[in-house]
Unconditional design. Sequence first.
Length: 372
Amino acid sequence: MDRRTGKGFIFSSYKAPDVSPFDKLFEIFTELITHTSGDLDEALDWLRQLDEEYKLTDENYTIDDFIEDLKKKGYIRDETKEDGSGGLKITAKTERNIRQQALKQIFGNLNKSGSGNHKTKYSGTGDEHTGEYREYRFGDGFERISLTESLKNAQINNGIGSFRLTEDDLVVEDAQYKAQMSTVLMIDISHSMILYGEDRITPAKKVAMALAELITTRYPKDTIDIIVFGNDAWPIAIKDLPYLQVGPYHTNTVAGLSLAMDILRRKRNTNKQIFMITDGKPSCIRESDGTYYMNSYGLDDYIVEKCYNMAAQARKLRIPITTFMIASDPYLQQFVSHFTEANQGKAFYTGLKGLGEMIFEDYETNRKKRVK
């Protein structure tokens, strides 16, 4: 260090930032709510067990104090159950906070963005100026005309003595076209998502909540629809994501893709895409007479061929499908490879750890150009 200027570095022991007892417990509480699919009683039971084991609280602030603060802050409320007994329930404020925490955990390295739209290489009627100028074209708004540059052109073209401004003199400041995207996120809720002693549905839920929060806050002009698929497929609201549970279902990938494409057909955006999170092979389809054909053993050629046909249909509609396969079985990866080839989409073979990061990476880069 230069003693004359007093400039340099001073190193000291790390001191963790002060966190209130409520905030410390609340972060754990939101994690438990996600794992228990919104079951508040079970989450609080787990919290008490963790408190006994890890001494999360002391005599100055107990779990009961935490529950009272949850009520005062509007995170939980009293409710009357169907049997007439009293109980507690999480509120919409808690649901929103869970999504925000999932966003922070999975996409925590995001840099802030201004308007929250997807930039493209095309110029157009966007609101982000490029710093470049072009000639005025019919349909350009008058507010976009650069007065200074237009007057300069008029002076150069017509001279000072007989000054006049014509349409040929007008220039506008170019703006960058910003694409809008309609996304459908498909989540596999078949029984295999909790088999083999591994919880795969909780990370999938967290990714879905984070992605929903990302799109609704950072890309407000985009749309996101979430569907789940087991024996059948049906849409769910963003607010219902924390309560999502796995059922005793097979995997009807065809039904999920069919519903996703029906949703996207109704969107006016040119840019459309499907994200599919699954850990198992397609094992079920619904026949035209309403009956189900199921086969849980290996890859059934009849079911697989239906999936390939759906992938090809999506390709004709210019809807890319990005598949996130949470499995390492070679024969499943082979199926995904052929499925992706039929759609000309993307596929990731991933464990649970990097799932959110890869979804974000693909969402940011998978911008489709405008179809003329």
